[in-house]
Design a protein around this ligand. Sequence first.
Ligand code: AGP
Length: 612
Amino acid sequence: MCGIVGYIGNKKASSILIQGLQRLEYRGYDSAGIATIEKNSIKIMKDKGRVNNLYNLEGIDNLEGTIGIAHTRWATHGKPSKDNAHPHYDNDNMFAVVHNGIIENYNELRSELIEKGYHFVSQTDTEVIPNLINYYYKQDKTKDDNKVLKAVKNACMDLIGSFAIEVISSESPENMIVVRKDSPLVIGKGYKENYIASDIPAILSYTKDFYFLNDYEFALLSRDKIKFYDTNLVEIDKPTKSIEWDSKGAEKDGYEHFMLKEIYEQPIAIRETIGTRLSNGKVIFDELDFSKEYLQSLNKIFIVACGTAMHAGIVSKTIFERLCKIPVEVEIASEFRYRDPLIDEKTLAIYISQSGETADTIAALKLAKSKGAKTLAISNVIGSSITREADYSIYTHAGPEIAVASTKAYTSQITLLTLLAIYCSEKLERADSDKITKLKEDLLEAPSKVEEVLKNTSQIKKFAKKVHKEKDMFFLGRGIDYAVSLEGSLKLKEISYIHSEGYASGELKHGPIALIDTGVTVISIMTDPKLVEKSISNVQEVITRGAKVLIVTNQDLENKGFELVIKIPEISTEISPLLSIVPLQLFAYYISKEKGLDVDKPRNLAKSVTVE
Ligand code: AGP
């Protein structure tokens, strides 16, 4: 989705802005632009295509301004083009605006502005914003110091939808104004300079101190001061939060792609997520105050998320139900929010989001909260929107995840959910203590077992090379392996553009087996000893029909006549996804690489899906 960068300081803004945009490239975009204040007037430079194109624009090197805003656009209203790229001017070139989000009532606002004599040069929803600001600015006959801020605030109050907005103005050339509603934006505090970005990694090399705005909070930035205001323009206090992430986390560090680096970072991400939460045999969550009585009162747990995060939820359903004996429903956020689910104060609603900015997940959380459920957010990003909405927040410690295809966030989420299930179950005293002890031991051993899996990549690479031209593939599994098959399939789709399906092995015979024919590739995951024999039967069925089969298993299935068996270490079934997903991530990665695709920034996809 769109990315925003801003700078106000004493350095040349243009280079900081363009570098910031490059760090946001992974979010997905189709055009880019910057605006700086040059001798009290605004200069906008933008174009369709890659951020790098900005370096070729005539005059870009002559920009000397030290205040500026920048944007990568992921087209929603109006095709990718120079006119539709941000920043946008108002009709008098007094204001430049970049915007992330969607203005749902832009058609009405546009008509009203046209009636007032304004004209539009783009098809975007965004262009109404600078013109609305212009309108309110001209209506205000005072000489108020905060006249621009007032105009921005009045304009924003007319907007319906979601927005993160940066504004610079020739009328107030020493300031920048930012505001957000349901769209991400962070403010980085420097020494006599300040930074804005859609997310932390873009400006992590400049500062580790961040401000997080709540909806409808306005920030008025100058070089050495940031003032915050509510919707009545009453000044409010905001604390900074220090982010521990190392800026190296947002660099490739010698790896060819971020995705590969992040796959290899999984042992450390799992270790960090376990951190001090599991020590001396005890699972501790200082952030939570769930009493035994509260947990006993629950009749349902909802786990709600999108994409990979939702797949982590499906994995953890098994462990929650086995250990806590509470029914768990895992739901896609975009469905949950509109289907009027049965929620009350006896429901615990858990929301998982790496970015913490996924629009549907946040909306689904607000819904459960409004119906009296306690809400718990699991995110990788401190201060992200979802964590500010939830009653409780706990964090994975995966470090910045840059590749669009999520890998280390997934395994960290499973790790954290496992710890959470153990924590709840110990309070409830509903599970067998030997079982819990074994799970704790296995969790601590998981990082080194993932390291083992990562040492054994040559066979996967070879198989990926062999099948990279295929058009369809199937991922099969039973029980928890079925949950993994869904994630393996998603990874392949996202970065290799090969159609694939994750299917419950036992369900194959009820339809999809009709698609199995000579040469079709099937990847079967078998880690649950209780279900292995049944899975083998299903694999035999597809082999008989000519399929090429890759098996990922912790059982001794080598030398049993299967084409390729990837052996992974044994571990408790409930947390085996931490290991079994790794060969599947690598498989998708090597296929994408073999096909010469853009592994880290696959077509049409965005890292944070901040609109519905
Ligand atoms: C994962 O590979 C995907 N890019 C996507 O499914 C992602 O997991 C989903 O959009 C949810 O994102 P979130 O965790 O930031 O909420």
